[in-house]
Ligand binder design. Structure first.
Ligand code: ZN
Length: 258
């Protein structure tokens, strides 16, 4: 039993063949798929997919950092209306900081992130965090909330060993590992091996992005998670079944079903 903790199967890349993608995920042994939102516009397709595959696909609520711009406060207040009594969301995500693509709205990104951290606290939901080239800023944003009992996932972790050690201080957070770990030039295997124990690892795909080898460059899908699992087994020098058991347990510690 595997869990894909991060997959965007509700985007248009999957419109034509989603049922086959889901079928292949089930055949690959995936028992649950957790889906991070992107922005206000993506919410209806996210919710439709999760309603159709209820009990298999689970939605999160959030505004992605690359979708943050000057009017973010308006967008956030509209998104927040979905967080009403009886909502289906299992996490606040994906949220965070991305200074790799664009730093124009760095301040706004930090403002949006801070507000969504507060949503996670007030609704007692885990946080699924996206961070690219902004690890010291990420730490600075999270630090004031250290005593708040926050939990979550540092999705697609790409930081240095130093970043990993610092973020491990947030003891109820897991590190999400995806296809990027299979790339030839990746230093992530070494970083993980020396800094992050398997008890802090969850598997993800980030579909349709970041296809693992040997599918790199093609559309990613949940069933390819087995390639990530294989690589993680190699890194931690463990049988595949053990990786599966531990990472699934880790994932289910974060996401409580609704
Ligand atoms: Zn994502």
């Amino acid at each position: 039993m595997l869990v894909d903790t991060h997959s965007h199967l509700f985007v248009e890349e999957f419109e034509a063949d989603l049922s086959e993608v889901i079928q292949r995920a089930k055949s690959a042994g995936v028992s649950k798929i957790f889906m991070p939102n992107i922005d206000l516009a993506s919410l209806s397709s996210l919710l439709n997919v999760c309603r159709y595959y209820k009990g298999y696909c689970f939605p999160m609520l959030g505004l992605h950092p690359t979708s943050v711009s000057l009017n973010y406060q308006e967008e956030l207040s509209e998104i927040k209306t979905y967080l009403k009594e009886g909502h289906p969301f299992v996490a606040i995500g994906e949220v965070g900081l991305d200074f790799y693509w664009d730093k124009t709205y760095a301040r706004e990104q930090m403002g949006a992130f801070d507000e969504q951290i507060q949503w996670a606290i007030s609704s007692q939901l885990p946080l699924v965090i996206h961070c690219r080239e902004a690890f010291s800023e990420l730490y600075a944003c999270l630090e004031p909330y250290k005593s708040e009992n926050l939990s979550g996932i540092f999705h697609c972790f790409t930081g240095s060993p130093k970043d990993a050690i610092q973020l491990m201080e947030f003891g109820q957070f897991m590190f999400g590992v995806n296809g990027a770990v299979t790339y030839k030039k990746s230093v992530l295997p070494e970083t993980l091996k020396v800094t992050v124990p398997i008890s802090r690892i969850v598997l993800e795909t980030d579909s349709p992005y970041l296809s693992p080898m040997p599918y790199r460059g093609r559309r990613n899908e949940t069933s390819y998670i087995v390639e990530v699992e294989k690589k993680v087994a190699e890194i931690y020098n463990m049988p595949i079944e053990e990786v599966e058991r531990i990472t699934t347990e880790n994932a289910l510690k974060i996401f409580a079903e609704r």
